[in-house]
Design a protein around this ligand. Structure first.
Ligand code: MLT
Ligand code: ZN
Length: 481
């Protein structure tokens, strides 16, 4: 049942703010009441908040003007892009006292430079549209995540998203040359430089990247592009165990580390959900397997010998029995069909019921131990829970996701989310891992911060927050406990 919405706030101070925002942004730039419905609930359906209004500025100056008005009225701001956060990072709280600031209308590609290999884009451009702009210029934007059709550049950078190509190109942070942002005092920080080398003091852009909107609102960025690959090979392998998946990764890396574009792991449980719940998703193998691996190789050279490499490595693994069955894509359409089996994992899990997601990372060598120990611990904790780990094996980031048992209600299962997350994280900790690899902290995980990042590290974060946002008006209640 959706919560009732305040048509608009009735506090005189808030009415004055809304009137000022309307005057600044126009009627279409300020949504209230039911028009805010699409902005107050997160993709997972975990957080259903309320907001005084959604403001939709169309350019950077309008973002700055809206920020100044909110600060003047001491009203907090929740920046929002494509609203695809997995940790409630872009959701307003339930009391309706905040303004959601949507960046969707800042959707211009400002320029692509194929010589410098840079792309300048505004925050509201979807990752998919940014990839297309790079491709049209003959380049590659080497950042790919399952939600790229909706996720927007501002949010991708604010959360330092990782995704499928981190193994080769790093996370979003590694691609950011320049950033433009509105700071909590209403100033525009113009750091849209496109230099590979620029040692001129604190790297403010890197403070903003990964700050989850708590230090500034990213309005545009300059991204480093890569050469477009001229040859690509994709294979799907059925493997007996996570150890076999890791051995396959090690073998590809031993043979040619520079060729690995993505190396993804999927559980048999997760794959079965995809093939049974997603229209047109079929397994291109003769038999199902306990686990699967998707490997993508790519090269800037047309004659890089990738086909031989992928066939040799997989052929050898088929012979020694570590791979049970495999298919190498013969066309672009087959490559896309194999990738779809991976990318639909989150959607299929959502359709299967409530999920408790553990977006964790460990050193790559520890992935099999993580999966074995966390599986045993969770099965003991919640009998009948469906365990579907998957993710970016090549960089050690596993989405250790659990789906509610068939005989448990959504509410009863989600009521145990901290208990389950803490159980998984206890294993992660002994393996020197992290409790959040690429989804961020958001509203879901600030409670873990003192334990994991306490002492000098959390102290430093608090002091940085205080220096940027002394009134705590930028995405309060997110990231910091
Ligand atoms: C993905 O890699 O598909 C998402 O980050 C994962 C998730 O649903 O946990
Ligand atoms: Zn992921």
């Amino acid at each position: 049942m959706p919560l009732p919405h305040p048509a608009s706030s009735s506090r005189p101070a808030d009415t004055a703010l809304l009137a000022a925002l309307r005057e600044q942004l126009g009627e279409a730039g300020v949504l209230t009441g039911r028009d805010t419905d699409g902005y107050v609930e997160d993709w997972r359906g975990l957080y259903r908040g309320r907001t005084m209004a959604v403001v939709r500025p169309a350019d950077t100056d309008a973002v700055a003007a809206a920020v100044r008005l909110c600060v003047q009225h001491r009203v907090a701001i929740v920046p929002q892009g494509g609203n695809t956060s997995m940790v409630g990072g872009a959701s307003p709280h339930a009391d309706g006292s905040e303004i959601v600031l949507s960046l969707s209308r800042l959707n211009r590609v400002r320029g692509v430079d194929p010589v410098d290999m840079t792309l300048s884009v505004e925050a509201g451009v979807t990752l998919q549209a940014a990839q297309a702009a790079a491709r049209e210029a003959g380049c590659l934007l080497p950042l790919s995540i399952s939600s790229e059709g909706s996720a927007q550049i501002g949010g991708v950078l604010a959360t330092n998203a990782g995704g499928n190509n981190t193994v080769r190109y790093g996370n979003a942070r590694e691609l950011v040359l320049g950033v433009e942002a509105v700071l909590p005092d209403g100033q525009v920080f113009n750091g849209m430089r496109r230099l590979r080398k620029d040692n001129t003091g604190y790297a403010v852009r890197h403070l903003l990247v990964g700050s989850e909107g708590t230090l500034g609102i990213i309005t545009a960025a300059v991204l480093q592009l890569a050469p477009q690959p001229r040859s690509v090979e994709v294979a799907l392998c059925g493997v007996a165990s996570p150890e076999a998946a890791l051995a396959l990764f090690s073998e590809f890396r031993r043979r040619d580390p520079s060729a690995i574009q993505a190396f993804e792991f999927m559980s048999g449980t997760g794959m079965a959900l995809v093939t049974s719940l997603i229209d047109g998703a079929t397994l291109p193998l003769a038999e199902t397997a306990p686990h699967y691996v998707l490997v993508e190789l790519a090269s800037g050279r047309e004659t890089a010998g990738l086909r031989e490499l992928i066939e040799e490595v997989i052929g050898q693994a088929l012979e020694d029995g570590s791979v049970a069955d495999a298919v190498v894509a013969e066309s672009g359409a087959q490559r896309a069909a194999i990738w779809r089996l991976r990318e639909e994992h989150s959607e299929a899990q959502k359709r299967a019921g409530a999920s408790v997601k553990n977006d964790v990372s460990v050193p790559v060598s520890k992935v099999p131990e993580l999966i074995a120990r966390a599986t045993a611990a969770c099965e003991a904790l919640v009998p009948g829970v469906r365990i579907a780990p998957f993710g970016h094996l090549g960089d050690g980031n596993i989405h250790f996701n659990l789906i509610q048992p068939a005989d448990m209600t959504r509410e009863a299962f989600l009521a145990r989310d901290h208990e389950i997350m803490d159980t998984v994280c206890a294993v992660v900790r002994t393996l020197d891992g992290s409790f959040s690899a690429e989804h961020g902290v958001g509203m879901l995980k600030p409670y873990m911060m003192p334990d994991w990042r306490g002492g000098a590290e959390l102290d430093a974060m608090r002091r940085i927050k205080q220096a940027f946002d002394p009134l705590d008006l930028f995405n309060p209640g997110k990231l910091l406990p």
